[in-house]
Write a protein that binds this ligand. Structure first.
Ligand code: NAD
Length: 490
């Protein structure tokens, strides 16, 4: 499988516009690097402003083309179920591509495909359930609402879960009858392009799904300021989110939804099941190399159990198998790029300089085949103080900051003391405390006695500077529809 994929990648990968692969107008290229080897994987054509125009034109035309706009809800549902089936049937191929392009383990890459397929299946189920309401009013009128597609959607996604982040946006957009222009990260465009091929194979009409790999400042910015794009759905950093809002304000006030970063706390009280808490805290930060928006990057632990918990975590970190993403027992692959690696190393240095205590990892992993990849040992800091940089800023890598507290109030104060509010967790056997703390956490999601609960049906998104709007669940339908209210004089 891997050899065949690598052979296919020898040819430069082209854009996907109006139902077909095509050359970029300016013939610009992006070199795609395998993070585990540091060597070129393939080249991808880079979309620039003229390509964005073509993709938006195709999406605009498709929006009112009867092939899409008159497709019955039942047919649209079946189409989405077919996409889900094809994704699942190709799980190994897509997972391999993701591992080669992102550096995550093959296991993680294949693991991303199931929830991606499930997003299409789940939102396929919504197509026939998107009804409006009849509203009693003061007068002799019949008043009803219709939920209409919001229009042409620009979808801008990051590199950490390239296929899954695309699926979380494309699936609800299609369910609502929108058309899309998807801009994957310049680092990881390969599975997004495959998703476009799969949509075509499933029977999605031309122009409904377009995929334009390209640099953020070029393709992304052109999409964000395009006057014929009705909505931007974005997952990525706070800095980029600001530029998207400015672009919207300066163009056509397109709607914007945002899934941004986090500095998420996992709080452990003294009565918690410490083994369960250690496991959750460990995988919460080290899964997918810590390149996870919902990573449990801050462990807040009661002083009385801190030593016991840190001991467990350090032992697990020292045992963790880092290296070749394709070996079956590898638990952590390579960071996405040299740039990201350097950024994470700079945070580690900052942590040491500011006085935190490094108790695991902190250095590059270079054994054997890993010598040229961007591998890092799982890293743990204790004695982290709340004002330190590594307690405040999102590192987006395998670095855990451990802070201690003495009581519930202090735990809450620490938990809520960053600009972010994406997810949080509380570990305790005290049911009242669990719900009390959940209520007071400034966070879009709270997990009690677990980490990383995700389901297509459960809303996900952030409070404070972690985002606007909620993806997944029926909440995402609000992002891709607008309500029309119709009055009939009786
Ligand atoms: P990023 O903001 O640099 O890039 C994200 C996407 O935006 C990429 O496709 C990029 O090309 C594009 N982009 C960059 N500059 C742009 C511009 N000026 N105009 C338009 N588009 C532009 O983020 P990243 O480094 O790729 O991803 C990491 C960030 O994403 C982290 O902060 C992480 O927490 C966040 N993230 C959040 C979630 C979530 O669901 N909340 C999920 C994954 C990642």
């Amino acid at each position: 499988m891997r050899e065949k994929i690598l052979a296919d990648l020898r040819a430069p990968q082209r854009l996907f516009i109006n139902g077909a692969r095509c050359e970029a107008v300016n013939k610009a290229f992006i070199d795609i690097i395998n993070p585990a080897t540091g060597t070129p994987l393939t080249q991808v054509q880079a979309a620039e402003s003229p390509d964005v125009d073509l993709a938006v034109q195709a999406a605009r035309h498709a929006l009112t083309d009867p092939a899409w706009s008159d497709m019955t809800p039942q047919a649209r549902e079946h189409l989405m179920l077919r996409i889900a089936d094809i994704l699942e049937a190709r799980a190994h191929e897509l997972g391999t591509l993701e591992a080669l392009n992102n550096g995550k383990t093959l296991h993680e890459g294949v693991g991303d495909v199931g929830p991606s397929a499930d997003a299409f299946r789940y939102y396929g189920g919504w197509v026939r359930k998107l009804y409006g309401q009849t509203i009693p009013v003061d007068g002799h009128d019949l008043v009803y609402t219709i939920r209409e597609p919001v229009g042409v959607c620009g979808l801008i996604v990051p590199w950490n879960y390239p296929l899954l982040m695309a699926a979380w946006k494309v699936a609800p957009a299609l369910a609502c009858g929108c058309t899309v222009v998807l801009k994957p990260s310049e680092l990881t465009p390969l599975t997004a392009l495959r998703l476009a091929d799969i949509c075509k194979e499933a029977g999605v009409p031309d122009g409904v799904v377009n995929v334009i790999p390209g640099y953020g400042e070029q393709a992304g910015a052109a999409l964000a300021k395009h006057p014929d794009v009705d909505k931007i759905a974005f997952t990525g950093s706070v800095a980029t989110a600001r530029s998207l809002l400015i672009a919207s304000a300066n163009s056509n006030l397109k709607k914007v939804s945002l899934e941004l970063g986090g500095k998420s706390p996992l709080i452990v009280f003294p009565d918690a099941d410490l083994d369960a808490a250690a496991k959750a805290a460990f995988w919460g930060i080290f899964a997918n190399k810590g390149e996870v928006c919902s990573a449990s990057s801050r462990l807040l632990v009661h002083a009385s159990v801190k030593a016991a918990l840190v001991e467990r975590l350090t032992a697990m970190a020292n045992r963790m198998k880092v290296g070749d993403p394709f070996l079956p027992d590898t638990e952590m692959g390579a960071l996405i790029s040299q740039v990201q690696f350097d950024k994470v190393m700079a945070y580690i240095k900052r942590g040491i300089d500011e006085g935190a205590e490094l108790v695991a990892g902190g250095e590059r992993y270079t054994e054997g085949q890993a010598a040229n990849g961007w591998f890092l040992r799982p890293t743990i800091f204790t004695n982290v103080q709340p004002q330190m940089t590594i307690a405040q800023e999102e590192i987006f890598g395998p670095v855990l900051s451990v802070l201690e507290f003495e009581n519930e109030n202090e735990a809450l104060q620490l938990a809520n003391s960053t600009i972010y509010g994406l997810v949080a967790a509380v570990f305790t056997r005290d049911i009242s405390r669990a719900h009390r703390v959940a209520k007071s956490l400034q966070s879009g999601v709270v997990w009690i006695n677990r980490w990383n609960g995700f389901d297509s049906g459960a809303p996900f998104g952030g409070a404070k500077q972690s985002g606007w709007g909620r993806e997944l669940g029926k909440h995402a339908l609000d992002l891709y529809t607008q309500t029309k209210c119709v009055w009939v004089k009786l």
